[in-house]
Design a protein around this ligand. Structure first.
Ligand code: NZQ
Ligand code: ZN
Length: 387
């Protein structure tokens, strides 16, 4: 464990078929004014909305609703939530949905009493909030982002065409999250595979960094093995509880910071995808999958030993008679085959990108980078290959 770290995660997780039974007790520590945030209809279609309203009513809560939170939530929706918090003297925000609703809820929680423009302060300048933060809890309905157990809040500001992520400290993490894998049975297939690839990418973007012998890398390989097995089972039978529950927990582990400990981490694929998302509004994980293969082909030589290890330990490829180059590329090809197996589109064009967008995306991507520090020109080359 080469780099020092401090590990603390304050989110209490209730996992399993009876997880929702804990909602009333969780909310009893907070005031009665609840802002209930959800998406564009799935919670009503599945009946979860009625179940939650019944619990809130039985607990004597006064509920204000903010519905219609879209995938890739916008700063305008976040500001609407902040206004509702102030006008209704909200004590607690309950987010019911996937990463978009939870991310937006965290944004509302810090923006409500923020002095000055929250976008500038948090999503551009990366400040930590010093004003009152409204506590958030979540009921997760789609596996992927790990927003249920982290401080991430990824927001699209449509006025400036930027999709930026801010990682807040533990004060903004959900106080609790309720994870019932059965809720994910109704997630449409393209969103299910988007979530699965999002998890895959989180794990890879932490794995592909560093050259030391680090327990975290072994942990990531184990989580990837479970994710691959569970993804294949869920593709065959979307109502396979064992598969869906494993995917859900892999997702939480994938970005609750435990799989990033003592790792420098990469995140360039996410940086590129966020701007692809700002322009195309594509499902996050699908954008990641399309960008990943050209990106990894672009950088693998700079971290070749780790890519060889990826081929061997994640894809069980016998690399004994291969050169390092051949082995690394075989691992990337196995990943590409897995993406095809998930039925994910192969090109940015299929996700709604146009050729004119590519330079704009390249120029507005925040550059990170693991084994190789990429430039805007590199990003443009990667985008052209993905197009
Ligand atoms: O809006 P509704 O009707 O609820 O439908 C949603 C939405 O259309 C649907 N859905 C969710 N649960 C369902 C369901 N449909 C049927 N049954 C259910 N049980 O699925 C669609 C996608 O939901 P969304 O929340 O957008 O997906 P996801 O969880 O992938 O979140 C994506 C957002 O999270 C950000 C992404 O950039 C993107 O904006 N991320 C957040 C991160 C974090 N907080 O740490 C990290 C990630 O890397 C990511 O960037
Ligand atoms: Zn992601």
């Amino acid at each position: 464990m080469k780099y020092d770290f401090c590990y603390y995660n304050p989110t209490r997780i209730h996992f399993g078929k009876s997880a929702l039974d804990n909602l009333g007790a969780e909310l009893s520590s907070y005031g009665d004014n609840i802002l209930l945030m959800y998406g564009r209809g799935s919670v009503k279609a599945t009946g979860l909305y009625d179940e939650i309203m019944a619990i809130l009513k039985a607990s004597g809560k006064k509920v204000t609703e903010l519905s219609g939170i879209k995938s890739n939530p916008t700063y305008a929706q976040l500001q609407e939530g902040a206004r509702l918090v102030r006008e209704n003297d909200i004590d607690f925000i309950l987010a019911v949905g996937g990463g978009s609703v939870i991310d937006c809820a965290k944004g509302v929680s810090v923006a409500a009493y923020c002095e000055g423009d929250a976008w500038e302060r948090f999503w551009i300048n990366g400040e930590e909030p010093t004003e009152r933060i409204i506590p958030v809890g979540s009921v997760l309905t789609m596996a992927g982002t790990a927003s249920e157990m982290n401080g991430g809040s990824v927001i699209t500001n449509e006025e400036v065409m930027l999709k930026n992520g801010k990682v807040f400290g533990p004060a903004v993490y959900p106080k609790f999250s309720i994870l019932n894998p059965e809720y994910t049975f109704t997630v449409p297939k393209n969103q299910m595979v988007s979530g699965i690839y999002d998890v895959f990418s989180h794990l890879c973007e932490q794995y592909f960094s560093g050259d030391d012998d680090n327990t975290t890398d072994y942990l990531i390989e184990g989580v990837l093995a479970s994710l691959i097995t569970a993804a294949r089972a869920a593709l065959k039978n979307p109502e396979d509880y064992e598969a869906r529950s494993n995917i859900m927990w892999c997702a939480t582990l994938g970005l609750n910071t435990v799989t990033g400990l003592s790792k420098t981490q990469d995140w360039e694929v996410h940086m590129i995808e966020h701007q692809v998302g700002a322009y195309t509004d594509c499902p996050h994980g699908l954008g990641l999958a399309v960008v990943s293969i050209p990106y990894y082909k672009h950088i693998y030589k700079y971290g070749i030993d780790k890519f060889v290890r990826f081929a061997k330990n994640v894809w069980n490829i016998d690399t004994d008679n291969m050169t390092k180059d051949e082995a690394a590329l075989a691992g990337i090809e196995a990943l590409s085959a897995f993406i095809r197996e998930l039925g994910i589109p192969q090109t940015l064009r299929e996700l709604g990108a146009t050729e004119e967008m590519l330079p704009k995306i390249a120029n507005s991507t925040v550059l990170g980078g693991g084994y190789k520090q990429v430039t805007a020109d590199d990003v443009l080359a990667i985008l052209k290959e993905a197009f």
